[in-house]
Design a protein around this ligand. Sequence first.
Ligand code: C5P
Length: 242
Amino acid sequence: MSNTIAIVPAAGRGVRMGSDRPKQFLELSGKSILAHTLDALAGLPFLGGALLVVPEGFMEEAAGLARCCARPERFPISVVAGGAQRQDSVFNGLSNLPEDCEWVLIHDGVRPFASPKLMEETWREARRAGACIAALPATDTVKRVEDGRVLQTLRREEIWLVQTPQVFRRDILMNAYLEARRGGWTGTDDASFVERCGIPVSVVRGERLNIKVTIPEDLDLAAWFLSRSARCGAKENRGVCP
Ligand code: C5P
């Protein structure tokens, strides 16, 4: 079995989506957003399985979903309960990894469209460097704003918008998370803790279509993207099909 395991944080409440059900369980073209994400991960030959992290009350539903998406021989999926913040959920995942796992690929449950190419590029660079994330250079100008007033305009050339996948050597990530817990650090991605430990993190270019389904408009965009893929008959066809 491959020694890379995916942790899929999917324990958010989806407050920004404004729906009763967490956004990862909302349906998109016949199956949940989370099922799309898991199916994509299950097709990656360099992964040995996944740990799915869901809200406490969704363990049973997630186990059913995992049974559908898993390929029992090659890609087992286990389910664990998440925590209050994303970092608590990922830590629960990290604490439940199989012993022989040496590399961890973290991918948000609500990013169903990351391509296999992006997953593999991030993984390959992490295997070389120890830690790697996918990110996109900002195309909009970014400002710091407080109470409706601009505080500062940031240098756009230096701004990258961070996505998942993020891949790490297991010991690097676990140590960083333990430091974060000891120091009371908070962070909205995994690499931020590794960075705070002074460990270099590589970046590969992410994808515009690798959206994080967060607000209702994202669902429309995601549905459009799926119908377009179906029409064009190929995920490989991105960027070419009208
Ligand atoms: O909230 P955010 O947009 O950063 O969520 C990114 C991913 O982290 C989502 O897939 C969400 O379900 C997950 N998450 C989690 N546990 C939380 C909050 C978010 O697993 N407590």
